[in-house]
Each structure stands twice: as structure tokens, then as C-alpha cells.
Design a protein around this ligand. Sequence first.
Ligand SMILES: N[C@@H](CCC(=O)N[C@@H](CS)C(=O)NCC(=O)O)C(=O)O
Length: 270
Amino acid sequence: MAQVTLYHWEPNANSGKPMLALMEKGVQFDSHYIDMLNFDQHKPEYLAINPQGTIPAMTHGTRVLVESTAIMEYVNAEFDGPDLMPANAQDRWRIRWWMKFMDQWLAPSFSMFGWKFFVGPNALAAHGQDKIEAQIARIPLPERQTAWRKAVFGLFSEAEMAESGRRIGVGIQMLEAELGKREWLASDQYSLADVNGFNLAYAMPLSQPHLANDEVTPNIMRWLRAIYRRPATRECWKLGRTPMASRVEILEQDYIPPRDESEGISSGVR
Ligand SMILES: N[C@@H](CCC(=O)N[C@@H](CS)C(=O)NCC(=O)O)C(=O)O
């Protein structure tokens, strides 16, 4: 079989999605850790793989694949192992509906909190202002330059943060309602929608403790714990290198109580 290499950061969010799909399918792959806070994603070696300078990317033989959700679909279709897209057309529609909702609506909102409270301050502390300016100038995509500037220099507006907070609240309610209908998010079997959703939402009990806990979102908590317990998920988290990897351990607790609204938002990293 042609060699598979996954270029990824921590095993969460966009990097975690293809990683967990590969692990669930039992595909052997080379893990190539890209240290996002060290700007590895903008270095020539990686730009030769993905000229856009974003992670993740995957190579399979001579094929180069980008876009985390599209990579997951490739992995599911290309390799043996459990099918993560059921045959039923309505289930497939629902899986793709949820993946689109999470990618376009929910993930950018979570991301804004993570970049404001973790990525920006940590990168600034590690590199200093002058070096960061030079790093940002090397970023190929203008929209990623803007995201970095806002994160590093604290330029996300109050209105942007409030809108992201609103979207997260709505998204959590929608997830809770959907998971009240069935065991898994989008079909009666574990699917790519669950892989996608877990990587986005696993830290919610830490980052939004007042919105996601055993009192107000019991279905979300059941679902997160079920995915956390899967052997494939455990294998993914072994590839983490920062303290983020230990945040997922909150799901080892059998009960997570409601907490104050002001608690936790600084942990919402992705
Ligand atoms: N839509 C893309 C988004 C890729 C993306 O923007 N990834 C972020 C990390 S989650 C990234 O590469 N950030 C690094 C940077 O902007 O320098 C996907 O799903 O793969």
C-alpha cells in the first residue's frame, strides 16, 4: 500500500479529524507534527506540501490532500476498515449537513476564542513582537495573516466575540437536541459526523462549562464520553505534545457540574 503521511498539529479540531478517521479505519500512517505556535506551517518544507500554509495535509503516495473534512471522506472511501459513511441516503445527507454546519458555523466561533485566549498570547510570549511581525508577513493567505494579527495583538472586537459566543450557544443547543434523538450525531452508527463533532466539541465542558455539563447537556456529555473511550481516540491523543492533550481527560469524570459563565473560556483552544 502507498505510504500515508499526515501533517498535523495537536490531535484536535482540523488536525484531529483526519487523524481520528485514520485511526478508526486502522490505517498505518506516518505522523508529521507541525508546531503551529512555532510557525512550522509557513516554512518552505511544509509549503512544498501545502502552499496555503494551513494544516492538516495528508499525502498518500504521490497524492496530496488538503481540507480536513474532504480528507476524512477520502480516508473512509480509500481504505478498508469500518465504514464511517452509512449506505442510507438520508443518513449521508444528515452527516454532510452536520459536517457543513460544524465547519462553517460552529468551528470558526470556537476558533476565535481559542486564538484570542491561547494561540495569540502564547505565540507572542514565545517569539516577541518583532519576530511575530516578520512571521506574519510570511503567511501566504491574507485571511490567515488577519487572523494571526487579531489573535496576537488582541484585535478581535467585542462584537465579534459576542457573536461567536452566541453561535456557540445556539450550536450547543442544536447538538443537545440532535443527540437526544439517537445514540450518534447523524445516524444510528458511528460516522464521520461524530469524528468531526468530537474534535470540535470535546473541550466544551472546559471551555463553556456553564453551557455544556451533565445538568444542561446530558446527551452531549454521554456522546463525548462514548467517543473519548474509543481505542482510536486514545491513540490519537498520544500524538499530542502540548498541555492541550491533557484537557480531554476531563471526560474521565463521570459527572461535570454546571459552573459559572465566566469560567473556562480561556481553555477553548483549537
Ligand atoms: N478549512 C481548512 C482549515 C485549515 C486551517 O485553517 N487550519 C488552521 C489550524 S486548525 C491552520 O492551519 N492555522 C495555521 C495558520 O493559520 O497559520 C481545513 O478544514 O483543513
